[in-house]
Design a protein around this ligand. Sequence first.
Ligand code: HGY
Ligand code: MN
Ligand code: MN
Length: 414
Amino acid sequence: MNQVCKVNGKRMEARLAELGEIGKTPENGVHRLALSAEDKQAQKLVAGWMKEAGMMVRQDHFGNLIGRKEGTDPQAPVVMLGSHIDSVPNGGRYDGTIGVIGGIEVVQTICEANITHTHPIEVVAFCDEEGPRFYSGLFGSTGMIGKMTQEKLHMPDDEGISRYDELRSMGLDPDNQQDSVRKPGEIKVYLEMHIEQGPYLQAMNAPVGIVTGIAGPAWLNIKLHGMAGHAGTVPMNMRRDPMSGAAEVILAIEKICGSDPSAPTVGTVGKIAAYPGGQNVIPGTVEFSVDIRDTDEGRRDAAISQIQAAVDEVCKRRGLTAEVKVNERAKPTLCSEQVMAAMERAAGALGLTPPKLVSGAGHDAMCLAEIADMGMIFVRCLDGISHNPKEYASQEDITAGTEVLLATTLEYVK
Ligand code: HGY
Ligand code: MN
Ligand code: MN
């Protein structure tokens, strides 16, 4: 393979800073929800960088932004790099973005070093990886592998707007999905660099890690219905209060998911709302989200069944009714052994010995693993903080991760 070349850490640092200004929050985080005005503005900025890096740029009908650099054989399967640029509400500026900016940097470095390669390289900013706005994530990558559902496409946000509406308003045609779907064999390998979003690399004093597998998230929406009433006049023993019921269920979720300290099962209630939502009104309905994850699908689904049983018991005892909807049930995913070995070789040549670790966070890589070999490189982040404006990864560590990404890419594009 051609000469060794170095990525430009300063260029990546400047791009991360510029991207972080779009949707910036008072606490210096980012609020760039999928398909929002901020997300669309960020897509335009990233598309410009893809062009600067020597790529042709298009957007597929799922809203995925795709840069492509041809190799000597345009029919050869694609080496795909990518991640996402949408964020959670008031999130961090490194989650997803380092994988897109790092991928662009790999292609730009290959271009500037005039390295010839056989396989085409694509860099993808997947649409709506995070999911909070439309109640399910991995949207663009799910579409790319041909698993889009009408329910996902038309699920409205809290203002009644769907991803379908937003994509149409961008001049895309989500009804014409077939030419946006990639088939097994079209993609040789998918490589994603991402911040770890956990504490282990820092604890092991390692700048980068190699991911062995990704926990599978299940997202539920639970509604408890009781009887709205006057906060001042309804005696405590005559209430059917769904807020107190929700409190009991939420504590049950914590107990169920923490019952086996040796298991990586986690459960989170991140969003809750009371209707009608008055200071002096006993709520009629309380609705809350549940995010349950595990690397073992059976154990995760057993936790969901236990949560369902807890809801039934609380409702029976308190005279409530419940609606439990499972919006997302992603399978835990293993990374390809060959890709992990290639990453290890690449890191070794750079003098790094990255530890192997599991990802508790979900990633687009889970979808791509269904149609191609997949691997992920983790970059250390400060105190493991993520989905928080305090999220931070150093330029040195991001550069180290990108060097591993570049070297792994060069092995696959031959
Ligand atoms: O929720 C997740 O694991 C990812 O941040 N979308
Ligand atoms: Mn992410
Ligand atoms: Mn995230």
